[in-house]
Ligand binder design. Structure first.
Ligand SMILES: [Zn+2]
Ligand SMILES: [Zn+2]
Length: 434
């Protein structure tokens, strides 16, 4: 049972609006607490930004974040958690039953040769600020429940650190997951990302002399070219949100030999995991067509990528409330109503959103003169500025407000979960009601 804190006004319903007194009071405390942390967080943010490490090699970031968390009283820290060297878990417990809210601190994985061009230093900063502020509010207002911060490594590429943690049971018993991601275009907690998969295809034919006895051969490259062309034809009937990219990684050997072997790689993106499954079937049919036409043997290896991110609208409305309550609302404003912000990128937070209610708030940082977006050298510079850091703190405050509402308002978590169940049913996932 959730205990109601004594000092708060009883508020029920989904959108409490700007006149929410408890929200205002919480936010004042969250704001001043995060400002009080700012000097330490700035050093941490700068240290991570200036020491980029690749996915699953984020040792400096791991050690620095764990060290900071260890200086916080009452937090229980597990470094190198769940068999992942650079993952960690921090828990702050009220020791009163209640919601379990969590923040994913991207373990600051950087990009090869580009450094922090995806701004993951800012994600870690926002989540740490939010987690610490939420714990402070639990203490100050005697709130029930628990707050957790997960140091999640290896999001870039298809490493899927969060998926590994999810599969290892790290999120068992966690009610909601909150995270953010910087960019330059959007401020939005209703971010949809794409579902993603990688397919490797190999054809095995039979070599023969291409002039003297070609009829004895089976041409693996022909099979691959037929598949490539079939996929090109397929593209005219795909959905606007579908993306199919393909490359030939082995185009056969000598031109005077019927090719015994050819191989390619295909990358698929779609608006939802359900749509991705359909698209994958169509692409695999093209691969089989190549084999059928030539007599080559085909081998297809599908590496599941990331699921699309399904934003929880109830959580998003709480985030929006706090974002707009803070002074100097940055541009662009959060889109009105339930409007989703569609981002053609993929994240393993998508998989988390299929396991529990999630928000992955996009936030705009001041861009450089060329308006370089994530994964560009200019964005690497933008993500290291003081202005970008200040935006990350604002995100941290809005995320903390969201978490505090869940912990303090009876019935709100049930509303969040009801929204999630209906989202999952719409996404074709069968949800067990408990
Ligand atoms: Zn990235
Ligand atoms: Zn990223």
């Amino acid at each position: 049972m959730q205990r109601s804190p004594e000092r708060k006004r009883e508020v029920t319903g989904r959108d409490q609006g700007h006149d929410d007194e408890s929200g205002n009071e919480y936010l004042k405390r969250i704001d001043s607490y995060i400002e009080h942390l700012a000097a330490n967080l700035w050093h941490l943010n700068k240290y991570i930004h200036d020491n980029p490490e690749l996915a699953f090699e984020e040792h400096k970031a791991h050690d620095a974040l764990v060290l900071l968390m260890k200086t916080q009283k009452e937090w229980k820290i597990t470094p190198s958690a769940y068999g992942l060297q650079t993952a960690w878990v921090a828990v702050y417990d009220s020791w009163n039953p209640g919601p379990v809210v969590s923040f994913n601190a991207e373990m600051a994985d950087a990009l090869p040769n580009l450094g922090h061009a995806c701004g993951h230093n800012l994600i870690a900063t926002a989540s740490i600020a939010a987690g610490l502020a939420t714990a402070q509010m639990i203490e100050q207002y005697n709130l029930p429940g628990r707050v957790m911060i997960f140091g999640t490594p290896g999001e870039e590429g298809i490493g899927g650190g969060k998926i590994r943690l999810l599969e290892a049971g790290a999120y068992d018993g966690v009610d909601v997951s909150l995270i953010s991601h910087p960019g330059i275009l959007n401020n939005s907690p209703r971010v949809r990302t794409t579902a993603f998969a990688r397919i490797e295809v190999e054809y095995f034919g039979r070599a023969a002399h291409a002039a003297n006895s070609p009829w004895l051969g089976i041409n693996a490259l022909d099979a691959l070219v037929i598949a490539y062309n079939s996929i090109s034809v397929l593209r005219q009937q795909t959905m606007p949100t579908d993306v199919i990219g393909m490359s030939i990684t082995n185009g056969g050997a000598a031109p005077n030999v019927i090719h015994a072997y050819a191989a390619g790689v295909c990358v698929l993106r779609a608006a939802s995991a359900l749509r991705l499954r359909d698209l994958q079937q169509k692409v695999c049919a093209c691969f089989h067509a190549g084999a059928e036409a030539t007599g080559a043997q085909v081998e297809i290896k599908v590496t599941p990528g990331y699921a699309d991110h399904v934003p929880n609208l109830v959580l998003a409305s709480l985030y929006t409330k706090y974002w707009n309550l803070l002074p100097d609302v940055p541009s662009p404003p959060i889109p009105p109503g339930d409007q989703r912000t569609f981002v053609k990128a993929s994240t393993d937070q998508g998989n988390i959103s299929y396991a529990m209610p999630s928000v992955n708030a996009s936030f705009a940082i001041p861009p450089g003169p060329l308006k370089g977006q994530p994964h560009s050298p200019e964005f690497e510079k933008s993500s290291g500025t003081r202005e970008a850091f200040e935006r990350a703190l604002r995100v941290g405050k809005a995320l903390a407000g969201t978490a505090v509402d869940i912990l303090s308002k009876p019935g709100l978590l049930e509303e969040v979960k009801a929204q999630w169940r209906s989202d999952m049913e719409a996404a074709g996932v069968i949800v067990r009601r408990s």
